[in-house]
Design a protein around this ligand. Sequence first.
Ligand SMILES: [Zn+2]
Length: 438
Amino acid sequence: MQKADLIIQNGLIVTVNDQMEIIENGAIAIAGNKIAAIDSTENILKTFETEKMIDATSKIVIPGLINAHSHLPMTYFRGLADDLPLMKWLQEYIWPAEARFLNPEFVYHAALHGAAEMIKGGTTCFNDMYFFSYNIAEAAAEAGLRGIVGEVVMNALPGNKQKENEIFDYVSTSRKSFKRNDLIDFTIAPHAIYTCDKEILLKSLEFARENDMLLHIHVAETEQEVIDSLRNFGKRPVEYLKEIGFLEHKTIFAHGIWINDAELAIIKNKNVSIVVCTESHMKLASGFAPMKQYFENEITVCLGTDGVSSNNNLDMFSEMDFTAKLHKAYNNDPTLLPAEKVLKMATINAARALGKEDQIGSLEAGKLADIITIKTAELANLPMYNVYSHLVYTINSNSVNDVIINGEVVMQSRELVNLNEAELQERARKYAAKIRAK
Ligand SMILES: [Zn+2]
């Protein structure tokens, strides 16, 4: 018998591997932080013994969801300003609030709240962009959540009091501090072409290349961004980024809504992935991402929630549901974005976009054990005919039961293991009172 540190047994396992294999009454043996084997429960129990077992009877077992674009510490700005266009919302509400309140302590606490919310909703990995990424990393590590944290680079820095040229040293130092932490990676995140000049965009590129880091940037979120880009640079956003030589490294574009055919061709030929944030796009009326064209051109597309203040949650199940339905409606085509494809967007596609497809995004022996279980024995979840349909259109994030990240159980039967939920709630109320008073 081989030793396993944890076995999840008796579940309906949706692997999201290349063959999209589903194993009924399946089990997963976990050794250390990795998946040692996946098979029928019978076969796993013949081969492995363990002291720790999770029973997944009448539960679906899937790879943890990946939120590929977030601003985690914005949780404390949830519902602070709604029903406004992007620039008015940013300039009159969000940026002033950030300028007033952001400091390492605020960011750490708000990120801890967000990390807990993500885990409760079945997210096991997030790709973030915000200020004080060191403190976001601290919060994620404490929660046991896998985080790829991007420090925002901007010419005008409303929230971050540091000077732009100090940012790169800050990221280097932060990265060194977390070098031995399996859960944390850093990226460099120039905010957008309307907040970063050419010089700082290219500095970011150079830094990302030297340090083998991902680049993460907002691109083509609004029509106004395209109009301004044409006026200021004589080019559309993606054409401009190509022209200045920015697109020569692995890059994630958040949004990618206002993209024309010429820009699609550029994206296709560069190492660029797209994160669509459907609920944020709908709420800010930013537009409709060219989903059909992205898939026709085999561009990697994944999903993100964006910041809480434009969503207003970190729920990847509702993000999958909205994305599938919105693009069917918009394209007048109910066959577009079938559930199976949408689940891939929230798992393996995101892993690919992050350059981690050999580590996360599917349940396969040898990959990191980032796994969630989902209850189906509830009225609203019964009966079940097709598990993919269930995952995208039926399951609500409250049905997530257990969350395992890097081989560690971080939520068991909806109880957070590393964090005290009552304490987080109390702290959120205290911060809200402070923000409201101003
Ligand atoms: Zn964003």
